[in-house]
Design a protein. Structure first.
Length: 112
């Protein structure tokens, strides 16, 4: 799929996946888009209270507790293992547009 993306001439991609900020994922992007690919890691963060509030609205019944535990575990893991150059964007009490603007600014695309 990504080979087609590159062959069509696209040179910018925002890929979202919880673990995609980890360095061991670089090879996947380089194989798909070429070894000259510049990767900007952006980690969207939220306080535990905000994450809980969002999960309570989204999850139903018995899944909630499992999702809360998984979310907390992943947040701690990413906090400890994110590379030093990872841009962290706090999402608490912010609009989607505001968050998106910060992500795009982090890529440097606004300067192009």
């Amino acid at each position: 799929m990504w080979g087609n993306y590159a062959r069509c001439g696209y040179r910018r991609l925002i890929y979202t996946n919880t673990l995609s900020i980890l360095p061991e994922v670089n090879g996947m992007f380089e194989r798909a888009l070429g070894t000259e690919t510049r990767i900007v890691r952006v980690l969207l963060t939220a306080s535990d209270a905000t994450a809980r509030e969002r999960l309570v609205r989204r999850e139903l019944g018995s899944e909630l507790e499992q999702e809360l535990q998984g979310s907390a575990r992943k947040a701690r893991f990413l906090d400890q293992h994110a590379p030093a150059d990872t841009v962290r964007v706090t999402t608490d009490a912010r609009t989607v547009t505001d968050i998106a603007n910060e992500v795009v600014t982090a890529t440097g695309w606004t300067a192009v």
